[in-house]
Design a protein around this ligand. Structure first.
Ligand SMILES: [Fe+2]
Length: 197
C-alpha cells in the first residue's frame, strides 16, 4: 500500500505556504494534508517521538525545514499535563494521534492589544474542545490564538502532532489572574528525522 510519507507532507505544505497570501487559506489547505498524514501508517514516528516527561508535557522535534521554516513536533501529554495559557506568534495545524486532547481557548478583552504591551491583559475563557484521534485543529494570527491544551487527569496519555509556520523556540505565556504575559523559551527533545526518511 502506498503511504503518504513525511517528505510528501512537508513538500505539499511548503507548496501551500507559497500558494496563499492569507494564513487562513494556508491552514485550510493543510488540514486535509495533516489528516491524511495522521490517518496513514505513521511509520515516520519513531519510539523517541513518543518520549514523555514525568513532570511536564514533552515536545519532541520531528522535522525542521530550514528553507521554509516549517517545524513539526510531537507533543506527549501524560494524564493531567497541560501547557500554560499561551499564544504562538505564527499559524499552526494540530493532528491528534492518540488519546484525547483538550483545548481551552481564551479571548482578549482589553482595548489596546498592541504587540508591545505585556500588562493589563484581560482574558476571558472561550470555547472548549475535546479532540479525538485523527481530529485536526488550526490557529492563525493576528490576533494570535490564545489557549491552553492538555490531557485531562482521568484519561490515558495523549500524543499530538503539531505543524507550525516557524521554529517554535519561544512563545508568550500568560498569567490570566495577573493580566501579564512573558516570552518563554520552549524546550524540546532533539530527535528530528533526516531528509531521507
Ligand atoms: Fe498551542
Amino acid at each position: 500500500m502506498s503511504d503518504y510519507t513525511l517528505q510528501n507532507f512537508i513538500q505539499d505544505c511548503e507548496a501551500e505556504v507559497s500558494a496563499h497570501l492569507k494564513l487562513a487559506d494556508t491552514v485550510r489547505a493543510i488540514v486535509p494534508l495533516m489528516h491524511r498524514l495522521i490517518s496513514g501508517t505513521r511509520v515516520f514516528l519513531k519510539p523517541e517521538h513518543y518520549q514523555s516527561e514525568p513532570d511536564h508535557y514533552a515536545r519532541n522535534l520531528v522535522y525542521a525545514a530550514e528553507s521554509s521554516g516549517l517545524s513539526l513536533y510531537t507533543l506527549v501529554w501524560l494524564p493531567g499535563q497541560w501547557t500554560p495559557v499561551h499564544d504562538h506568534g505564527t499559524w499552526g495545524v494540530v493532528g491528534v494521534i492518540e488519546g484525547q486532547l483538550e483545548e481551552q481557548s481564551y479571548m482578549r478583552a482589553d482595548p489596546d492589544q498592541s504587540s508591545e504591551r505585556h500588562t493589563d491583559i484581560e482574558l476571558h475563557p472561550g470555547g472548549l474542545a475535546l479532540l479525538s484521534p485523527n481530529s485536526v485543529s488550526t490557529f492563525v494570527p493576528n490576533p494570535d490564538h490564545i489557549h491552553k491544551t492538555g490531557c485531562p487527569e482521568d484519561l490515558p496519555r495523549c500524543v499530538s502532532l503539531h505543524l507550525y509556520g516557524r521554529t517554535m523556540s519561544s512563545f508568550y505565556s500568560y498569567d490570566v489572574a495577573g493580566g501579564t504575559r512573558n516570552l518563554v523559551e520552549a524546550a524540546h527533545n532533539e530527535t528530528r528525522l533526516g531528509e531521507s526518511e
